[in-house]
Design a protein around this ligand. Structure first.
Ligand code: KIV
Ligand code: ZN
Length: 543
């Protein structure tokens, strides 16, 4: 099926979330799904419903709410992943069926190495299973996608047979994964071309690419697949995913957009939403975007070297192939100051895409005033960090009520922490550590008592200048931790939890980020009820 439209299939919530570091709560997944719908993805893979009852419920909620928009916008396809077994297919169908456009995505490995060592199945058994399971899924759902896992290392002749079988059984999209990121662009392009030329019945189907980035070739391979005739690209926001990640959504979309005269292909993505979705996913997963990451890295549009700046001032196109506004990077530096009022804040936030109700505006204004006392000028980046810190947070089981640290070369770094607990009571603890953040985390641990290991701690300044807001991102893993089933490996993996905090005081930002991650862990392991994100629900983001 060839046209000049490439469908964007986003799998941030499945393949992205499946990577060990990227767990999100159900409320966060729902918020990401809403943002993906605003971004304009054609299909979103909302999860692997057989992983756990929570995963099934999260996909079902996305199918119900995001899969049936009430504002008249076209509903995205909501997809659930299933192994080629009836139990998984039933769960996937239960989860996606409330959507206006549901899809079941079945996968089964076809490379010799996977069939022999993982599946322990012969080629004939694989063919029979594909026929039976795709037909079963098709008896439930009109849209069935089939993926021959590890297609990149599979025998092409066998692949054609498997795909023909899937088409005869009812598959409408055939997705070709380079599961281990092994192929080169020339090879992957030829693989797709060979499939299109040699598979009977493929004319009526969508051919799709699904590349991993182990050799840093995922974007190049996906573009080669598209040039060879694929019209669906499977991607994730920020390229998150197993190991080195998946093809990144923003790179494919902006390559097709910027090089339109070369590719002559379009997507349905509203590119101005790209940066906001990137930040949301980074905040919720705790996976920091590298500064030099194409399109969404903090340096992607910075032109620092003097010679570049000179060229830029004369003509922006000398060093800039995309306008930052096209991907939602706002350029204005000085925005608001100490004397700006509530109305000015409301207007600027609205211009940035945040339409706050009165309560949320009051909270944001209070945060803004506190920040303006410490920082002379407040930029768009500050406002976005402030909104993320105030509204994109998990349910607060424990909230930071006060923090005092003493540190330096003269004594032992000591922190005193005051938290408000789930019963509303204040608790205070002091602790000594190797530094102020370590002392703070020890004091928090003494109150919260949720044993965990800190896997990652990252800090960065939102803007330049000594008075800049500091943003901290952490990732933790519970020691008595919860696990979830990995779709492809078929094993239980430990869950990790990300947290994010912003403040002009980096120790305060660190405490907030750690508490955010601990709150998520508590919701999952101590059954505090759903990890709602109350404020963010009230926050309507202008499209
Ligand atoms: O990489 C892969 O093979 C997958 C499949 C489940 C599509 O993610
Ligand atoms: Zn994958």
């Amino acid at each position: 099926m060839k046209s000049n439209y490439v469908r964007i299939f986003d799998t941030t919530l499945r393949d992205g979330e499946q990577s060990p570091g990227a767990s999100m709560s159900s409320a966060e997944k729902l918020e990401v799904a809403r943002s993906l719908a605003r971004l304009g993805v054609d299909v979103m893979e909302a999860g692997f419903p057989a992983a756990s009852p929570d995963d099934l419920e999260a996909v079902r909620r996305i199918a119900t709410e995001v899969g049936n928009p009430s504002d008249g916008t076209p509903p995205p396809v909501i997809c659930g992943l299933a192994r080629a077994v009836k139990g998984d297919i039933d769960k996937a169908w239960e989860a996606v069926r409330p959507a206006a456009n549901p899809r079941i995505h079945i996968f089964l490995a076809t490379s010799d190495i996977h069939m022999q060592h993982k599946l322990r199945m012969s080629r004939d058994q694989v063919l029979r299973t594909v026929e039976e399971m795709v037909a079963y899924a098709y008896s439930l759902c009109q849209e069935v996608e089939f993926s021959p896992e590890d297609a990149g290392r599979s025998d092409p002749e066998f692949l054609y047979q498997v795909l023909e079988t899937a088409i005869r059984a009812g598959a409408t999209t055939l997705n070709i994964p380079d599961t281990v990121g092994y192929t080169t662009p020339e090879e992957f392009g030829s693989l797709i071309r060979g499939i299109i030329e040699n598979t009977r019945g493929i004319e009526g189907c969508f051919v799709s690419t699904h590349c991993h980035n182990d050799l840093g070739l995922a974007t190049a391979n996906t573009l080669a697949g598209i040039q060879a005739g694929a019209r669906q690209a499977e991607v994730t926001v920020n390229g998150i995913g197993e190991r080195a990640g998946n093809t990144s959504l923003e790179e494919i979309v902006m390559a097709l957009y910027t090089r339109y005269p070369f590719y002559n292909l379009t997507t349905g993505i509203d590119t101005t939403q790209i940066c906001r979705v990137s930040k949301l996913v980074s905040n919720y997963t705790g996976i920091v975007v590298q500064p030099n990451k194409a399109i969404v890295g903090s340096n992607a549009f910075a032109h620092e070297a003097g010679i570049h700046q000179d060229g830029m001032l004369k003509n922006q196109q000398t060093y800039e192939i995309m306008r930052p506004e096209t991907v939602g990077v706002t350029q204005s530096r000085l925005v608001l100051g100490k004397h700006s009022g509530r109305h000015a804040l409301k207007v600027r936030l609205y211009e940035l895409g945040y339409d706050l109700n009165d309560d949320d505006l009051n909270k944001a204004f209070q945060r803004f005033k506190n920040l303006a006392d410490k920082k002379k000028t407040i930029t768009d980046a500050d406002l976005e960090a402030l909104v993320a810190d105030e509204f994109y947070q998990p349910r607060e089981i424990y909230a930071l009520d006060g923090l005092q640290v003493s540190c330096g070369t003269m004594g032992m770094p000591t922190a005193t922490v005051r938290l408000r607990g789930p019963d509303g009571k204040l608790q205070i603890q002091a602790a000594v550590g190797t530094g102020p953040v370590d002392a703070t985390y020890k004091a928090i641990d003494a109150i919260v008592k949720a044993p965990s290991t800190l896997l990652e701690f990252a800090i960065h300044a939102v803007t330049e200048g000594i008075d800049a807001l500091g943003e901290v991102t952490v990732r933790i893993q519970g020691t008595n931790g919860s696990h979830k089933l990995d779709a492809q490996k078929g094993i239980e993996q430990p869950r990790t939890f990300g947290g994010h905090g912003a403040d002009t005081d980096i120790v305060v930002a660190s405490a907030k980020a750690y508490l955010a991650a601990l709150n998520k862990l508590l919701v999952v392991t101590n059954h505090f009820g759903p990890a709602e994100v109350p404020s963010v629900q009230a926050l309507t983001v202008k499209v």
